[in-house]
Design a binder for this molecule. Sequence first.
Ligand code: AMP
Length: 286
Amino acid sequence: MQVFTTVDQLSFHLEKKRKKGRSTAFVPTLGALHHGHLTLMTYARSLADIVVASIFVNPTQFNDPKDLEKYPRPWGHDIHLLCTTMVDILFLPPEHEIYPAGYKIEVPVNISRFTNVMEGLKRPGHFEGVVTVVKRLLDIVQPDYLIMGQKDYQQQVIIGSMIRQLKRQTQLSIHPTLRDQDGLALSSRNARIDPALRPVANTLFMALKKAVELQPICSPSEVEKICSGIIRDQGFHIEYFTLADGLTLQPVSDWNQHDTIVACVAAWLGDVRLIDNVIVKPPTAF
Ligand code: AMP
């Protein structure tokens, strides 16, 4: 695996590969990698000739400076993990490579119709930061494929919209969430869960699965109420349990009025905030 830390060197290298007709799949991350991230790398490997991963703790997407400061940066371990998954290139830029002095940091597209719900409400400015950095990274890497996880459902919908608005050639490919044996979605935050609380951490996934089970017999608001109750009973503090349109992310009040529906949850277990989702109504095939 080659590691690049500057935009110029990476761009020069990838330009040579492009001229030889090589395709590229790109997996952006914040680092602190786990096996969920690695499944994205393996998926990328199956799509393109060259797999590029990036690790960049993007300051513009953190609304709390303390969170940014505390974000783990175990890069030696990350590099070791990436070497085991046949990633060709790691882009590990310092901040001034992504946002050089004088660079005008601006949100590249209007995403306001997706940010009035769920994470957008709880973390103001977060998605504006995400689209800003992903656009910058796409400009640098110019990949054929951009790989993201379903784990961050709202994020992938917003990035999909950005790609369409910018009319980019890059194809967004979404990989399902990798889970622990008991169903807890893998996340860098899981290491911070109090071991005494870990046995109930999979309640989020249990409740999401319950939503799928109840869909044929309950109304959306009944499902939200029952599932929220399941989560609360195990000691979580819920921020939201929402049935959302899978494309627009807007709340669902009638199962029949939406082609695809996703159940999304954010809740605190002790001092760790967890998010998860499952598709409740898959899009109808045509
Ligand atoms: P992050 O470093 O947290 O920004 O995550 C980088 C990418 O990995 C994002 O596209 C996430 O959706 C994805 N990801 C995070 N956790 C998982 C997981 N458990 N399974 C699959 N993909 C994941």
